[in-house]
Design a protein. Structure first.
Lengths: 177, 70
């Protein structure tokens, strides 16, 4: 995590200075984009969500405490924006068969890969977020908890529910992990 | 946690962790481009708030229904 910029910059951001927003965007865009990409797993969508996240931050700047970490605050906003994206994508039933920008899978079996991807996309978005971050990206529960503004216990519970749901979905597709 | 290991391996073999996290292009122009859209939001927010206030003024008992949904 990049160290937070000077408090003066953050104060100017809170007061609505768009130059300050630009500086913060330059400093944090790559890091926030990486976090979003881990959740939405599509670079086009990640770019849209990144832009949305910074606008949400700018609109909600009055709620930011300039003595706190801007990076952590942005990550929380980006996580919520990513969740909204997944929910909207589910509503419009236009899930990409996904992972256009993910690395080539190790699995040599494309049918198995597709089935696992289908099972994953059938998860409710809230479970999909924790499954992506905890099971695929292997991010620490504490980091996920902070990004979702949830207690660690709740994150663990969601990971457990996501695993159970995935097993059920995979089982319905004839796969037993 | 150990019970999850086979599931994790299966997931990660089909949906590998994202490694290339970099930004392919400068998105600041997209942020600037969205600026006009931003000015429309407060009016929409105000409209919704006014509508809710009006409905609650006419039907005060609905406050509980609203509170339940919030």
């Amino acid at each position: 995590m990049v160290g937070d910029p000077h408090e003066d910059l953050l104060e100017r951001f809170v007061q609505g200075d768009q130059d300050a927003l630009e500086v913060l965007f330059e400093r944090f865009a790559a890091e926030v984009h990486g976090w979003i990409l881990r959740i939405v797993r599509d670079s086009g969508a990640a770019e849209e969500v990144l832009v949305e996240s910074f606008w949400r931050a700018y609109r909600g700047r009055a709620r930011f405490d300039a003595s706190r970490s801007f990076g952590a605050w942005m990550r929380r906003i980006a996580t919520n924006a990513s969740l909204d994206h997944l929910q909207a994508a589910r509503r419009h039933a236009r899930w990409s068969s996904v992972d256009h920008d993910a690395p080539a899978p190790a699995s040599p079996n494309p049918e198995l890969r597709e089935s696992v991807a289908i099972a994953f996309r059938r998860l409710p978005p809230k479970l999909q977020v924790v499954a992506a971050l905890a099971l695929i990206e292997e991010r620490p529960h504490a980091e996920i908890a902070e990004a979702l503004a949830l207690p660690i216990g709740t994150v663990k519970s969601r990971v457990s529910r996501a695993s159970a749901r995935l097993r059920k979905e995979l089982s319905s597709l004839g796969i037993r992990p | 946690m150990t019970d999850d290991q086979p599931l994790r391996l299966l997931l990660r073999s089909a949906l590998p962790p994202v490694t290339d996290l970099g930004l392919a292009k400068d998105l600041w122009p997209s942020i600037v481009h969205r600026r006009p859209a931003l000015s429309g939001w407060p009016w929409l927010d105000l409209g919704v708030a006014a509508a809710v206030a009006l409905v609650l003024a006419l039907f005060p008992d609905w406050l509980w229904l609203l509170a339940y949904h919030l």
